[in-house]
Design a protein around this ligand. Structure first.
Ligand code: NAD
Ligand code: UGA
Length: 470
């Protein structure tokens, strides 16, 4: 039965021996953070190049704060990276699976990396029984599948209970999120196993929910789907605002103060992207549909999300007459600031749409150029925003990197052939952009500059009527 547990119930596990399978955004961060907490951690990955780079002290991904943690763990000998399951699993008390679970062509979660990892773990445990924990985002029923694989490899039909421990960290703030999670979710058919995993997290002093496996697996999909829904909701409000002449940024501000709504995930823009929200919504739609439970809301969430990019292209087409033969600058390629990850990045979708209509694209990103170039070889990347804007007929801000908030607008206008600025993330002040002679296209913001919002905050809440003091 699901129950909210108090951390005081869990003891200090001391220094455990942990193996993390998968050295990606989740696996490497988890490995480095657990090593920092004093555990002995081995990170196993099948990608030899990745492990070689890690051994030479080079991170295969950009994640703020990760490099010093990896260096510290390696120097102390608490963090090791290897391609050998035997080496990684030797003496391990806990084995975390953190491999990728991308979308199949049909939108399902592709579990073949999880199956391979389970088979490799089963083949290397060598009679020992470490606790196997699944951290990858996987559909309901996957922990059971892993149990069966482990069991089959060890001569039984069902293997040891697998703990489901979905991960909620965000790229760009992954280290902070690991050490300060809002909650830790553990699902298991054996509460003793889950309690052992809870001991690992006890020093973080955060709420832990121990529940059954299917519920834990579902919590992850429900969480990401809700976040996606919030983004598509505000984007739909943005479309309505555009039609009616209201400003969605101020609508979101006014909504967000209501604690039942909350201010997070109410930024209208080009829609959500990244390696998880899009694929997880697709996967939940896929399983729901397969079970005869049509996911009406989630289908609409996906549709609204895709249309955000198409709408911006349509507005540019209207502003330019035609996109064919035009040169467009795109600032920001990663799916959000603070990461080099371009998986399902709205910017790349947008660039494909522009190229399909015959535009040439010049792009700039402070961090994701290499990954973007690998995904879309035909984009021409420039060393800074001004070079990207050179001779362009329009410029689009596709990712809200901090540096784009203080662009030198006069210099931009100077280098562009035509001054159209599409602010796909609503980060600029429309009045200031227009003052510099640009046509400003925001998302859900009126065509003409209107009054700035005025916010009065009570300085002395004791002056408020009793009952309304904060
Ligand atoms: P990733 O692609 O960055 O890393 C996965 C790693 O697993 C790769 O290095 C790959 O080589 C390795 N791998 C694949 N098969 C393997 C095998 N059989 N044995 C050993 N290594 C293997 O993926 P990620 O972004 O870290 O995501 C991992 C999982 O965590 C996914 O299910 C994802 O949905 C989930 N998740 C990701 C995030 C995030 O912010 N990226 C957050 C929460 C949950
Ligand atoms: C998301 C979740 O926030 C994490 O909790 C989860 O662990 C992770 O997915 C995962 O399962 O991988 P992440 O993909 O790193 O984390 O990025 P978010 O910060 O959630 O942003 C996702 C996308 O939504 C970005 O493209 C971002 O630009 C967009 N977004 C976000 C908006 O368009 N508007 C908003 O108000 C917020």
């Amino acid at each position: 039965m699901p129950a909210l547990m108090s951390l005081s119930m869990y003891g200090d596990i001391g220094s455990a021996s942990i193996c993390i399978v998968g050295a990606g955004y989740v696996g490497l961060v988890t490995a480095a953070c657990l090593a920092d907490m004093g555990h002995r951690v081995a990170c196993v990955d099948v990608d030899e190049e990745k492990i070689d780079r890690l051994r030479q002290g080079c991170l295969p991904i950009y994640e703020p704060g990760l490099q010093p943690l990896v260096e510290k763990g390696s120097a102390r000998g608490t963090l090791r990276c290897t391609t050998s399951y035997e080496e990684g699993l030797a003496g391990a008390d806990f084995v975390f699976i953190a491999v990728n679970t991308p979308s199949t062509a049909e939108g399902a979660a592709d579990l073949h990396y999880v199956r391979e990892a389970a088979r490799s773990i089963g083949g290397a445990v060598n009679g020992r029984r470490p606790i196997v924990i699944n951290k990858s985002t996987v559909p309901v029923g996957t922990a059971e599948m892993v149990e069966n694989i482990l069991g089959a490899q060890n001569g039984g039909s069902v293997g040891p209970a697998v703990v489901s421990n979905p991960e909620f960290l965000r790229e760009g703030s992954a280290i902070h999120d690991f050490f300060h999670p809002d909650r830790i979710v553990l699902g298991c058919r054996d509460p003793q196993q889950a309690a052992r995993v809870a001991e690992l997290y006890a020093p973080l002093n955060r709420p832990i929910l121990i529940t059954d496996v299917k519920t834990a697996e579902m919590i992850k999909y429900a969480s990401n789907s809700f976040l996606a829904t919030k983004v598509s909701f505000i984007n739909e409000m943005a479309c309505i605002c555009e039609a009616l002449g209201a400003d969605v940024t101020q609508v979101a501000l006014g909504m967000g103060w209501d604690p039942r709504i909350g201010p997070e995930f109410l930024s209208a823009g080009l829609g959500y992207g990244g390696s998880c929200l899009p694929k997880d919504v697709r996967a939940l739609i896929h399983v729901a549909t397969a079970q005869g439970s049509p996911a009406h809301l989630l289908n609409a969430v996906t549709q609204v999300n895709l249309e955000q990019r198409q709408r911006l292209v349509r507005r540019l087409r209207e502003a330019l007459g035609s996109i064919r033969g035009k040169c467009i600058a795109v600032l920001g390629l990663s799916f959000k600031p603070g990461t080099d990850d371009v998986r399902d990045a709205p910017a790349l979708d947008l660039i494909r749409l522009l190229q399909d209509e015959g535009a040439a694209v010049r792009a700039y990103d402070p961090c994701a150029e290499e990954n973007a170039q690998a995904a879309l070889p035909e984009i021409s990347c420039c060393p800074d925003p001004y070079e990207a804007a050179e001779g362009c007929h329009a410029l689009i801000i596709a990712t809200e990197w901090e540096q784009f908030r203080s662009l030198d607008l006069a210099r931009l206008k100077e280098c562009m052939a035509n001054p159209i600025l599409a602010d796909g993330r609503n980060i600029l002040d429309p009045a200031r952009v227009r003052e510099h002679g640009f046509t400003y296209l925001g998302v859900g913001r009126p065509d003409q500059t209107q009054l700035h919002a005025l916010i009065h905050l009570p300085q002395d809440t004791s002056a408020l009527p009793i009952g309304q003091q904060t």
